[in-house]
Design a binder for this molecule. Structure first.
Ligand code: ZN
Length: 439
């Protein structure tokens, strides 16, 4: 049994003072706002106080762990998403299961220190550089699951089907590593992956570029009952090519294949028609926005509020890890809409916090809330740093003032997985693994 007295905490959709939480078996067994010192002292077992503002665990719903090696290294040249992709492919070509593990562990440790307790890893780097499988055909996926376990972050491994380089074009060069030959062969490999208490196995369609229309239903069927994620309309060029090839938008193509629904996340969902927005909303599909990546790559600003109004619940991801900071992703939803509309006040801080803590799209239905019976995740923010001081120590502090650097203490499944004291060590680990990769 462990207990914390939280100075302030986000409980039941509001900030509450002096919240006593008791944890047993990795779950909250009691959550009591307005607790006094006497009560705290009477709790048996290990007890500590957490000053500041404590939030539920954050869910990073879209990650490509290896992109972390590109941060700061792709900013010198002009170009587009497509020229950036060449640099990304270059890093992908250098990884093997050992280096992938090392890079992912360091990246997930950065996530843990930023308050992320579950990551959705959109995983397509499966095979050897010539496309042949490793002795263990899931060696790369297993490396990611092991890396997350060592970092103390839960993982939903979204194993990704990738079959073509573009509409009607075979895979080439770096993409050989992503390629399973057919949706059927992809499904056979993915069926060998096993879940644990801290890992879920989900599926992904890389994009409508990478999975031909006739193969989509096979992926959808294999993903039944599990999370299914898909990059959707991140680029205008994808929409144009999809319309030219099939005569429908990517959203309509996915709908025809039965791919939309509450277990599905449309990642990016940037360039949509009004009919696409209605379709995603009506099917209860989630939309995973990754604003810091979308701005880094020059993708555009997606219709976040319109999607939510239509019924598509929003989630957040750090995607290419240009930044790993879900507070920044959350406020970008609002701030980007301000730029696009010249109006303020599209989202409340409470709604944005809900997006940052929404674990459901990762197949984790028992986390994201400080409540009895839930997985015991606690993310504590220092409310007296130069960034957060004087901002009210409430949900607006979290969403509109704090950064990942203000996170002081992170508990996942009842276990302390990062504190501010770890920052230096995590920095050293990241530098060592990334510099080796680029040497
Ligand atoms: Zn992505």
């Amino acid at each position: 049994m462990t207990a914390y007295l939280l100075e302030r905490a986000w409980v039941g959709g509001a900030v509450q003072d002096s919240v006593l939480v008791e944890i047993d078996g990795g779950r909250f067994t009691s959550v009591t706002p307005g607790s006094d010192d006497d009560k705290f002292h009477r709790v048996p077992g290990e007890t500590s106080r957490l000053p500041g503002l404590t939030l539920p665990g954050l869910a990073n719903c879209h990650s490509h762990a290896f992109h972390r090696a590109l941060r700061g290294r792709t900013q010198r040249e002009r170009g587009t998403f497509w020229t950036w992709r060449e640099q990304m492919y270059d890093v992908a070509g250098r990884l093997d299961p050992d280096t992938y593990f090392a890079l992912a562990r360091a990246t997930y440790r950065e996530m843990a220190a930023a308050g992320i307790t579950t990551v959705g890893e959109f995983h397509y780097l499966h095979h050897q550089p010539d496309g042949s499988p490793y002795d263990d055909p899931n060696a790369m996926g297993h490396a990611l699951v092991a890396a997350a376990a060592e970092a103390g972050v839960r993982i939903s491994l979204l194993d990704t089907c990738y079959l073509s380089s573009g509409f009607g074009r075979p895979v080439e060069a770096a993409q050989l590593r992503y390629f399973d030959g057919s949706a059927e062969a992809w499904a056979v490999r993915v069926a060998q992956l096993r879940e644990t208490d801290t890992s879920r196995i989900g599926a992904a369609i890389h994009s409508v570029r990478a999975v031909p229309r006739e193969q989509l239903p096979t992926v959808v069927e294999a993903a039944q009952g599990r999370p299914l994620h898909v990059h959707l309309s991140e680029q205008v060029a994808e929409n144009d090519a999809c319309l030219a090839t099939y005569g429908v938008t990517p959203t309509e193509l996915l709908h025809e294949a039965g791919a939309l629904g509450p277990l599905t996340s449309a990642v990016h969902a940037t360039h949509l028609t009004d009919a696409d927005i209605s379709r995603l909303g009506a099917t209860g599909t989630r939309a995973c926005f990754c604003p810091t990546t979308e701005r880094d790559l020059g993708d555009g600003i997606g219709p976040g509020r319109a999607l939510q109004m239509a019924g598509a619940v929003l989630t957040l991801g750090s995607d290419s890890h240009a930044v790993i900071d879900l507070f920044e992703e959350a406020r970008a939803l609002e701030l980007d809409e301000r730029l696009a509309t010249q109006q303020r006040g599209h989202w409340t801080a409470a709604e944005l916090l809900a997006a940052a803590t929404a674990h459901g799209s990762l197949g984790v239905t028992d986390a994201g809330e400080i409540a009895v019976g839930r997985r015991a995740d606690l993310v504590t923010l220092d409310t007296a740093t130069p960034r957060t001081a004087g901002t009210g120590a409430d949900e607006n502090t979290a969403v509109f003032a704090a950064t990942a650097a203000d996170v002081t203490h992170v508990v996942a499944d009842g276990r302390v997985v990062a504190t501010r004291d770890d920052h230096e060590d995590i920095g050293r680990e990241l530098a060592a693994v990334i510099e080796r990769l680029h040497a």
